[in-house]
Design a protein. Sequence first.
Length: 160
Amino acid sequence: MTRNFRGGRQVAAAAFVCLLLVLDSDHAAGASVPRLAVIIAAPWDGETAMGNDLAAMTDALLQRGFAPQDIVALEGSLMRPVVLALLTTVSRRVASWTDGDIVLIVSGHGNVHGTTPATARPSVVLSNEEPIADYEVFWDEIFATLQIPAGVRLVVLPDT
């Protein structure tokens, strides 16, 4: 069984504000720790909300001290190998970090495979193209590919 869910933009906006407050408070003392934001915006044909999310979140991150080179973004009708390649590159970039923050923001559509909580496997559906297997990335794959080092904090904002 597969179910599609669509979250509310107001909830996502509130969560993003909370995320930025946490990051602001952690860096208020001026401590310099590595930070990286990864934004994946995956609209389906004709949708514009994800592009708007990308622009708004990029602006907010820049206003809170993220350097432009510390914000990596993918947008468009994305395929599974492209997203996994980006996450592999991020993993390599942060492999030597002993502390710091990684912010992962995903704006798109979600899906859940499975019929019970024990078998549920959530995913991000990157496009409404077929076959879906070419355009779907499971959250467990996202986390496994990132391989966040011990001591590095991962903050995730899924708007799927």
